[in-house]
Design a binder for this molecule. Structure first.
Ligand code: RRO
Length: 308
């Protein structure tokens, strides 16, 4: 089964790839993604300087999913600008994720990483874990101002990684802004920010930063992710490429994202739990599912979710 896909005129050998943040911080991790069946290499969100991130424990996995408050640990853009050209040998697209603690940080990281020409750039407007720094993606006008400046700097296709929205008004206002700016693709969604997981036996939180608050991922957020993929697919009349992220642990989960309108799917929690072999398993499961259902390609079922 051909699981290849195209986003903003960039061809991906398969539609399954890592989510930014999951096993993609170090050179070793990025090379391991290169050797895996991941359809792309997506970097950890990069800031101008190296960041240690938040104190540990800062990631916790449980049956419902995961909670993290990593705090943007990354090597800093000079390191990624040096690593990215060496990743080309793996022959798959490279998506550089760019973040910052302030708009000038974003611009600086974007300028530097654009110079080494990753295939696409994903602007992360939705990190929930920096104490005192709200997620920019929840402020439509601040997002517009930042993205307009980034659009002038970034010469490769520019996408945005958005936080989950929970009201149609927010989907609509954000879609209008993204249309005005002219972004090339969407990654939906980042973790569901500021959740709290409690260990009832120990009567305490499970991660250290921010009093235990952190971004939720994995199976429990799948319906929220699907809703955001679907809402933006409809608002853009199916013309905006969408990478679906959230709760994909099986081929069926990936299929659900595609039915809602995703052109590709990113894997976070399941990748951390299983390691890079997860891509092979999901590829097999998705391929067999499509075959069983009689679909010859992803595009045959993309966005075709039926309503009652
Ligand atoms: O590093 C993190 O704490 C983090 C980031 Br930048 C993000 O975008 N999403 C997330 O769940 N964690």
């Amino acid at each position: 089964m051909d699981l290849s896909t195209t986003i903003a005129n960039v061809r991906f050998p398969t539609c399954l790839m890592n989510a930014s943040g999951a096993l993609c911080v170090t050179r070793d991790e990025l090379e391991s993604l290169g050797r895996s069946r991941s359809g792309a290499i997506v970097t950890k969100s990069m800031t101008p300087a190296f960041r240690q991130g938040n104190p540990e424990p800062r990631y916790y996995s449980f049956s419902g999913g995961s909670i993290n408050s990593m705090g943007l640990p990354n090597l800093g853009y000079p390191a990624y600008a040096a690593i990215i050209p060496t990743l080309r040998r793996f022959g798959k697209p490279i998506i550089a994720s760019v973040a910052g603690l302030s708009p000038p940080d974003f611009l600086e990281a974007a300028r530097a990483v654009t110079a080494v020409l990753p295939d696409l750039i994903e602007v992360n407007l939705s990190c929930p874990n920096i104490p005192g720094k709200p997620q920019i993606g929840y402020d439509v006008e601040a997002s517009r101002a930042l993205l307009l400046q980034l659009k002038d700097i970034i010469t490769v296709p520019m996408g945005v990684k958005l936080p989950p929205y929970f009201d149609p008004v927010h989907h609509k206002a954000t879609a209008r802004m993204l249309q005005d700016v002219g972004v090339d693709f969407l990654s939906l969604i980042n973790s569901v920010g500021n959740g709290l997981v409690v260990d009832p036996d120990r009567e305490r939180v499970v991660i250290k930063p921010k009093g235990g608050f952190g971004g939720l991922g994995g199976p429990m957020i799948k319906p929220v992710a699907l809703a955001n993929v679907r809402a933006f697919w409809k608002l853009f009349d199916g013309r905006m490429p969408i990478i679906g992220t959230g709760g994909v642990v099986s081929g069926t989960d990936a299929f659900e994202h595609i039915l809602c309108g995703a052109s590709a799917v990113q894997i976070g929690t399941a990748l951390v739990d299983e390691g890079a072999e997860v891509f092979q398993r999901l590829e097999k499961e998705l391929g067999e599912l499509l075959q069983r259902k009689g679909y010859a390609s992803l595009s045959a079922c993309r966005g075709t979710l039926q309503e009652l």
